[in-house]
Ligand binder design. Structure first.
Ligand SMILES: NC(=O)CC[C@H](N)C(=O)O
Length: 362
């Protein structure tokens, strides 16, 4: 019989449930994700560092977990990083029995190996309504020893998830992209490598101006973008040049901050696979995968920049682009994994801009 654990909120609410995964206590920001699939990808997305993820899909674990050690081209085949990044997992029904063609382990066993606690048998609908009404809040999963509440937005989490040295993928390709790793999801690297470019992955605070490259990419990542000061300062220098710049999620926020815009914390964030965004100036709408708690204030974008996409649910900024230079960034995740791939064309558009720049400056 599974042991009892509690989900405790900073406002005092305590919810009793059953333990799966590691029987241990952990604290973080409680956020909800409404995606129906993709728990392995979300759990290993470095953007979730410091967060306790509530999944509203009623059954979690039913398709198990694939081999998290399988690698292709030195990247985890089935995962978005080399480990589980969340602090804890909250689900309604945990399915211990699984069935899937490439699953090799139970979700609970995988969590336990990495000392991540899970709680099931709780009313995730009630919890989600609480978070929507009151906003994301600090919380903790408590096993047999209590822990202090922990606010991940006060920590420089990007430094904890970024690579520690320069890593090259597809070395020797004609087009070279510097990828600033703020907690990059593996599928972003796959999307570039599959398009035949070399990816030069550098730490979040690395001075990439010393490198030979043709285009710049700023990755997704955890925590408050305002804490990434070295990255913002490096991007400020890049904005003075004409080399193409692309960014995703945290990358959108960092380029916006470097350009002189500001960011703010959303009440409960966007974490789902069904967020509708409109391409500004058109009637086109795309359904996107999203996982963010901060947003760019596009009410006063700096000279030369305009809103690229807008969220059709709440009108928030979903990307910015420069009016004349090849700079564009998006708040959503065109690389998906999981979720819809409708906006993956943005990788092609960026690489086209890079090739144009490269031939014009040959
Ligand atoms: N996925 C991300 O890159 C998240 C960006 C940032 N940490 C936010 O929560 O808004």
């Amino acid at each position: 019989m599974d042991k009892t654990v509690k989900l405790v909120f900073q406002d005092g609410l305590e919810i009793e449930g059953k333990s799966f995964g590691a029987y241990t206590s952990a604290a973080g920001e409680v956020v909800f994700n409404t995606a129906l699939v993709g728990y392995n990808e979300s759990l290993t997305d470095p953007s979730y560092k410091g967060q306790i993820m509530v999944m509203t899909a009623p059954m979690i674990g039913n398709y198990g977990v694939p081999d998290d050690k399988a690698m292709i081209e030195s990247i985890e085949t089935w995962m978005e990083s080399n480990k589980i990044q969340v602090t804890g997992l909250v689900v309604s029904y945990y399915a211990d029995d699984y069935s899937h063609w490439n699953a090799i382990q139970k979700l609970g066993a995988w969590l336990e190996i990495q000392n991540i606690p899970g709680i099931y048998g709780v009313d995730t609908r009630m919890i989600t309504k609480k978070l929507r009404d009151q906003g994301s809040t600090l919380g903790k999963i408590v096993a047999d020893t209590d822990v202090e509440f922990y606010n991940p937005d006060l920590d420089n989490l990007v430094d904890q998830v970024s690579c520690k040295e320069v890593i090259r993928y597809n070395e020797g390709a004609d087009v070279k992209i510097v990828l600033v790793d703020c907690g990059v999801k593996n599928n972003i690297i796959r999307c570039f490598v599959d398009r035949g470019v070399e990816v030069v992955r550098v730490p979040w605070d690395y001075d990439y101006s010393t490198l030979e490259y043709d285009g710049l990419f700023i990755s997704n990542g955890p925590g408050d973008p305002a804490l990434c000061v070295p990255t913002i300062n490096n991007i400020k220098e890049s904005l003075k040049e004409d080399k193409p710049i692309f960014g995703i999620c945290l990358g959108n926020q960092l380029v916006s901050l470097a350009a002189g815009a500001s960011t703010f914390k959303l009440k409960y964030g966007h974490r789902s696979h069904n967020q509708p965004v409109q391409l500004v100036g058109t009637k086109k709408c795309f359904i996107t995968s999203q996982n963010h708690g901060f947003a760019v204030d596009d009410s006063k974008l700096p000279e030369g920049f305009k809103t690229f996409f807008t969220n059709l649910n709440d009108g928030t900024c979903e990307g910015i682009r420069h009016e004349s230079k090849p700079f564009f960034t998006v708040q959503f995740h065109p690389e998906a994994m999981g979720g819809p791939v409708d906006t993956e064309y943005l990788f092609d558009e960026f690489i086209e801009e890079v090739k144009k720049y490269k031939s014009a400056n040959a």
